[in-house]
Design a protein around this ligand. Structure first.
Ligand code: NAP
Length: 457
C-alpha cells in the first residue's frame, strides 16, 4: 500500500485537527505524519491565545492531547519553518505539506499617534499574559484610565484581564511575573470602544455576561448608545445572539454605575459604542494622553457613518483589539491584504498565476483569516484534507521519505528539537510547579528553559 508522508507546519488546533481528520478518513493509502512547530510546546492559540481565566476553552487541550497521544503523529517542536527546515527540504522528504501556522500578529490601525509610547496591540498583550516565550517578559501598566479599541472577543478578554483584580487570576495558569505586574496595576477604569452599535458587536453573549461577574468591577454603559434604528431592532428581533447581548446590556443600564454615575466598586469597565477611533493624542515625550474618537451613527444597513462630533477620552494607555493578522512564510505565496496564504479551499495558489501549487495546502486562520471559534477549524480542516486525499496523483515524489531522514537533517543542523515525550515532561513539570499552590499549572516561559526541560537536560 502507498504511504502518504505528510508534513504539517503548525501544531495549534488547526494542524492537530487536520492530522486527526486525515487519520480517520477512509482512504486507499497509509498515512505517516510529522508535525512541525516553531514553539517548544504544542496547541498554538489554545496555549498562547485563550485567556487564562477561561479553563473551559483551555479544556480543548484535552481533546488535542488525545490526538497526539494516540502515537501515530511525530512532533518536531522548536523547529522554525524557513530556518531549520525549508520548503525544499519538505519536498525531499514528504509527499505533501499542510500549513496551519495561524495568525498571531495584531492587525494595523491606521490613525495618527497609534505608534505612541503606551499604544499596544492586544495580541501582544495576550501573548504576554499567556506566557508566550517570544514576547518580552516585562509589561508596564500605567495610569488609571486605559482604552481598548474593538468589539470582538479579544477586546473583551484583554479588557477583562486589565480590569480584574490580580488575585482573582491567581488560581489560573498565569505566569508569576504576569501576576506581579497585574497586582501592581494602577488601573481603575478600562474603556472599550466599538465603532458600531450594541446590535453589531462581534463578541459573544457568554463572554459579555462574564464581564458582569468580575468582583469589585462595575460595568458602565451609556443610555445615549441605545437609541436603536430599524436595522438594530431587526437584528435584536431576529438574531438570538444579538437578543441575549442586548438583554445583558439593558440590565447594565439599570445599575447605579450606568452613565458613569457612580457605583460601589473600586474599578469600572466602560463600554462606549458608536465610537470610531480617529487619533491617539500624546504629550511632548510621545506618551499616550487620550483617544480622540468620532461619534458614529447607523447607516441603516448594519454599517455606520460619522456624525462629525469628535470626543476625547483621556487615557494613559491604548490597546487595539481589531483582529489578528497572519504572517508570510519563507518561500510561500502570501496575500498581504488579508494576511493569508492564497488558496482555493485549502489548495495553495501561486501568487502571480493563481495556479494550484501541487502538494501545498493550508488550513485554519492562515487559510481563511482570523475569524471563528476553535471548533470552526474542524470543518476547515475537513475541506483541506478532502482535497489532499483526492489530489493523490499530484503529490510530490520525495527523494528520501524514510522516517530517519528528517531527524538526521535536524541533528546535522544542530536544531534542538522537542518531541511528544518532551512535551509530556514539560507538561508534568508545569503541573507539578502549580500543585503546591493549588494552581492548575505554572507555565514555564523562557524558550531555553522549555527546551531544556523537554529534552530532559
Ligand atoms: P473580531 O471578532 O473580528 O473583532 C474585531 C473587532 O475590531 C470588531 O469589533 C471590529 O469592528 C473592530 N475593528 C476592526 N477594524 C477596526 C478599526 N479600523 N477601527 C475600529 N474597530 C475596528 O476579532 P477578534 O476579537 O480578534 O477575534 C478573532 C476570533 O477569535 C473571533 O472569531 C473571536 O470570536 C475568536 N475568539 C474567541 C474567544 C472566546 O470564545 N472567548 C476569545 C478570543 C477570540 P467591526 O465589526 O465594525 O468591523
Amino acid at each position: 500500500m502507498t504511504t502518504l508522508r505528510l508534513a504539517i507546519v503548525g501544531a495549534g488546533p488547526a494542524g492537530i485537527y487536520a492530522a486527526d481528520i486525515l487519520l480517520r478518513t477512509e482512504r486507499s493509502f497509509d498515512v505517516s505524519i510529522d508535525l512541525f512547530e516553531q514553539l517548544p510546546a504544542p496547541y498554538g492559540l489554545v496555549r498562547y491565545g485563550v485567556a487564562p481565566d477561561h479553563p473551559r476553552i483551555k479544556g480543548v487541550v484535552n481533546a488535542l492531547r488525545d490526538v497526539l497521544d494516540r502515537g501515530d503523529i511525530r512532533i518536531f517542536g522548536n523547529v522554525t519553518f524557513g530556518e531549520d527546515i525549508t520548503l525544499d527540504d519538505l519536498k525531499k522528504h514528504y509527499n505533501a505539506v499542510i500549513f496551519s501556522t495561524g495568525a498571531i500578529r495584531d492587525a494595523a490601525l491606521d490613525i495618527p499617534g497609534i505608534d505612541a509610547k503606551g499604544s499596544f496591540g492586544a495580541a501582544d498583550f495576550v501573548s504576554w499574559y499567556d506566557g508566550h516565550p517570544d514576547v518580552p517578559r516585562t509589561w508596564t501598566i500605567e495610569g488609571q484610565h486605559v482604552g481598548m479599541v474593538g468589539n470582538g472577543n479579544v477586546a473583551l478578554d484583554a479588557a477583562r484581564i486589565l480590569a480584574k483584580h490580580a488575585d482573582d487570576l491567581l488560581p489560573t495558569e498565569i505566569p508569576q511575573n504576569v501576576y506581579d505586574v497585574l497586582k501592581a496595576s494602577p488601573v481603575t477604569d478600562v474603556h472599550v470602544f466599538g465603532r458600531r452599535g450594541p446590535a453589531q458587536v462581534k463578541f459573544t453573549p457568554l463572554e459579555l455576561r462574564e464581564l458582569g461577574e468580575m468582583d469589585d468591577v462595575d460595568m458602565v454603559v451609556y443610555d445615549e448608545d441605545f437609541e436603536y434604528d430599524e436595522a438594530s431592532l431587526e437584528a435584536i428581533a431576529t438574531n438570538k445572539q444579538v437578543k441575549v447581548i442586548d438583554r445583558v446590556l439593558q440590565k447594565w443600564r439599570e445599575l447605579p454605575s450606568a452613565n458613569g454615575a457612580g457605583g460601589e466598586s473600586s474599578r469600572r469597565l466602560h463600554l462606549h459604542f458608536w465610537a470610531k477611533p480617529v487619533e491617539v493624542k500624546t504629550d511632548a515625550d510621545g506618551n499616550v494622553t487620550a483617544l480622540v474618537y468620532e461619534r458614529t451613527k447607523s447607516d441603516g444597513a448594519g454599517g455606520v457613518v460619522g456624525t462629525g462630533e469628535m470626543r476625547e477620552q483621556p487615557l494613559s494607555q491604548i490597546y487595539r483589539a481589531i483582529g489578528y493578522f497572519g504572517s508570510a512564510l519563507p518561500g510561500l505565496p502570501f496575500d498581504d491584504r488579508h494576511g493569508v496564504i492564497p488558496n482555493h479551499e485549502g489548495q495553495v495558489l501561486a501568487e502571480d498565476s493563481n495556479d494550484i501549487l501541487p502538494g501545498v495546502y493550508a488550513t485554519g486562520w492562515i487559510k481563511r483569516g482570523p475569524v471563528g471559534l476553535i471548533g470552526h477549524t474542524k470543518s476547515d480542516a475537513m475541506e483541506t484534507v478532502t482535497h489532499l486525499v483526492n489530489d493523490q496523483s499530484s503529490w510530490w515524489q520525495p527523494e528520501d521519505p524514510s522516517l530517519e531522514a528528517v531527524p538526521a537533517l535536524l541533528e546535522e543542523r544542530g536544531v534542538q528539537w522537542t518531541d511528544l515525550d518532551g512535551w509530556h515532561r514539560l507538561d508534568e513539570h508545569e503541573v507539578a510547579l502549580g500543585e503546591p499552590q493549588g494552581r492548575a499549572r505554572i507555565k514555564v516561559v523562557p524558550r531555553d528553559e522549555m527546551v531544556k526541560i523537554s529534552r530532559g537536560e
